[in-house]
Each structure stands twice: as C-alpha cells, then as structure tokens.
Design a protein around this ligand. Sequence first.
Ligand code: SF4
Length: 422
Amino acid sequence: MPAASPALVPAAYPGCLQPRTILVAEALRHPDGTTVSCPAAALISGELHRLGMRPLRGTLHLDAACGPGADSTGLAVVLDGSIGMGVGFAERDRPGRLAAQLALGAWLSVVAPRTIRLAAPRAFCAGVERAIEVVERVVRDREPPVYVRRQIVHNRHVVAELESRGAIFVEELDAVPDGATVVFSAHGVSPAVREEAARRRLDVVDATCPLVTKVHAEARRYLARGDTVILIGHAGHDEVEGTLGEAPGRIRLVQDVAEVARLRVEDPARVSYLTQTTLAHDETAAVVDALRTRYPTLRGPRADDICYASTNRQEALRAIAGSCDLVLVIGSANSANSQRLVELAMRQGVAAAHLVDDATQIRPEWLAGVRTVGLTAGASAPPQLVTDTVTALSGLGAVTVTEHETTRETVIFSVPSVLRRP
Ligand code: SF4
C-alpha cells in the first residue's frame, strides 16, 4: 500500500477538546452513517503522546456539512475503505494540528503489507496466572484493605488492573498496618520478610511461584551441607533479593563470566550454584562453565533453575527470529524474562528487537522497510496485549499472521489451599 499524505477534511467531535488534547479515531463515522474502523489508533496515540499531546480514543464523526476545506472543527484522514486513520483537535490548537500531522504522516509513511510471526508459547506462565488469581481472590474474599508487597508480577498493566480492583501495592512491609492482609509477590521473599510479617501478625497470603520456592529450598540444602552458594542472577531483582536473603553474606551473587574471575571463596572444594529462574540459557551456561573451570567439584541443580516458562519462550523466539526483520517483545522494562527475550533476538542476528509495554510504545521508524515482524510476550505480559498489537499493526496494511508453536504448555499451579473454597 503506497504511503499517502494526511489530508484535511472536515470533522466534528461531539464534545469539547482542550488544547493539546487530540481525539484519535478508533472509528471514522461518515455522514451517511457508514463507519470505518481504525485499528492503528493505539499506534497514533503513542506517537501523539511522545509529541507531548494528550490523546483520547473514540469515534470521530466526519461532517460533510462543514464543506470542503472547512477544517475549523478538526482534522481527519481517511486512507482508504479498509484502512482508516483519523484525529480531531480543537479549532485553535496549533500545536495539536502540527502534532496530528506529524503523527499521521509518520505512520502513513510505513504503511505496507506485512507478515507477523507469533512465537508460541508466549505471555502468561502458570506462576504468573496463579499469582494474579491469588490477588483477585484475596481482594474479593477478604476485608479491605488488601496490600501486595512489591509488584505481584513485573507488568504495569497487571498491576494497574489489580489496583483498580482495590489491591494496594507497597514496596516494604512498613507501609502495611499491623494485622492487615498482605500478599507476597510471585518473585518470593527472604526469611527476614516472613519473620517481620509474623512478628507484626500480618495476615499473609503467599503468591510466590512454586518454582522460585524450589530455588529457596535448594539454597537451604546447599547451605546446610556447608557449601558456599553462588547465585547466578541480576542484582536488585526481587527474586534475587529474596534468594540472597536465605543467608545474607553466605550466598554470593555473580552476574556474568567476568564476575566469576573475581570470586574468592573459603573452600573451593565446597561450592554450589543456583540460578535466577528467568535467565537466558545460553548466557547462563557460559557462567556455569566458568564456575566449573574455577571450581571443578562444583555442585548444583541437575541442569539449572531456569524455569520451563522462560525456557519455552526463549526456544519459541529462537525458532522464528531468523526469519524476522524486527522482533517486538511485549513486556514491562522491569520484567527480567522479557528483557532476556530482547537480548536473545539480537544474539540471533535480528536487525532490531524492542521491548514494549503495549502497542502505543511501537515507533514508526522501527517499521520502515520491515516486512516480517516477530512477536512474542514475556511470561508476565497479558496475552490480550499481543492480540491488541496484531490489531494495531493491521492498521498499517494487510497482515498475514502465522504462529510457530515449539511446545504446548500444560503446567498449572493451583492457588494456596487457604484460598480454595470448599
Ligand atoms: S517465569 Fe517461571 S519462575 Fe517466574 S512465575 Fe513464571 S513459571 Fe514461575
């Protein structure tokens, strides 16, 4: 589809738009009553937001009665019968007009037919679904207020949704009143946090993923036999903080091969290792090899502690990455497994890979010359965001969607027994 220039046509919006507030059409309604849907609305909204505007989404009513060129009521663009793009803004809003033209022009310049290759599995894992269900049930069944320590999972859409249901997210337990209900996040907590909760008689519901709990149990086992425990992971991550807390000072964190070279341990013959659950397999293997070279009697889990969900999402992406011009990973910036997917795509030789919270963060310049887009989502990202992204991209021309499933996930973790109804 050739790129077109934004055209000025009259439009009316049944409401009052403030300066810099721009109505982005999710549908264009013609005077004859016909409606053209505008799937790219999320993309246009994102660009307007980056230009400092306040985008609203809704139906834009085209009003032929204003006459040709009478753009005093707004600006609208119709590309053709199947692809619609339109925005409306206040009459005297010059910055709004300029931003609208820039945003529409940017997206129209990358209109083209594309293939979207979906990696499968993608999006929510069993541990994340369980953690979200825990919060939903606690908010529904317990007396408010209900607190959640840290983000229940690392995704801002999930957190916002649970906040809208009444959950109150806090960083530490000192923000929770004595005796109140608190949920521990999927990433787990240190024994010190559990002790504080018990001391203050908090009503704790633990949403720690069972696979993180398993790593804590391994840490305790290795420590009990007198080993120095090396945790391979990323400093500051909630899961890593919780695992290190099993024995502050006795579990040592290494993030890469270079840090292995700087390690000093009491007894090199008694060293074990653990890994964060959401690491990339290839990178972790290099660190484990370096540890084994330094400590030949190194002991650890049978393979590593990288969970099935991280493994499967990495394998699925690896299977499609080679045929993609661009890879988009849906996930939040603090989601470790999502970040690893972006890095993996780049290691696979993809020209560009980006992490986005949702379709509004996709930038038009990323799509210039791109014909095949690989799409996946981290384990904490809602699957609906992938669907929404496919819809948004379909607003830039015909899309052919293919899915490549490398394995089918059947893992389910049930919620803690205290939350199960008889
Ligand atoms: S990514 Fe893995 S460890 Fe984390 S919640 Fe999901 S299954 Fe559990």
